[in-house]
Ligand binder design. Sequence first.
Ligand code: AMP
Length: 184
Amino acid sequence: MKICVYLGSREGNDPRFVEATEALGRAIASRGWGLVYGGARNGLMGRLADACLAGGGEVIGVIPEHLVQREVSHPSVTRLIRVDSMHERKAAMAAHADAFVALPGGIGTLEELFEIWTWRYLALHAKPLGVLNTADFYTPLLTFLDTTVEHGFLDRRTRETLIADEQIESLLDRLARVHAEAAL
Ligand code: AMP
């Protein structure tokens, strides 16, 4: 199984974000899964790729040409796919992955998570997706999403397709379960 991870191009200011990112990279490798991510060396993105590679995992990075310099493409991923635009980046990441996870990050991370979630909502794919809620980072967003349900803008079934978990192993297990059910 290949898992696409969206996460910050910065490290944030809580050491638990880096710890969780590296633990996720190791967990993906130790399960024999592959990682798909944005291909950069900076921030949590680089930490994730390094940890997965160190554990012997396969890492596919997808980076647009204009960000190769700015975000600094990772020099030792298993495969670096260079694309021409942000749209191609997201499409390539989605095509290569069986499931999606957001770790802490900024507006880029949120944009990627919401796009892949809305694609699922529109039945363009049936792949599982979730957030790793390290240090309650996503709790305010999850609460806001419940508010959108309460106000009639989002149906509860769609809301529940976003899996949230604080524990890496249980998050990966839940994604794998939904993936297996979708394949039936
Ligand atoms: P951030 O969460 O803002 O640190 O960004 C995380 C990653 O998302 C970085 O590699 C950004 O280049 C990327 N990103 C930002 N905006 C977009 C977008 N509209 N489409 C695809 N990737 C994006």
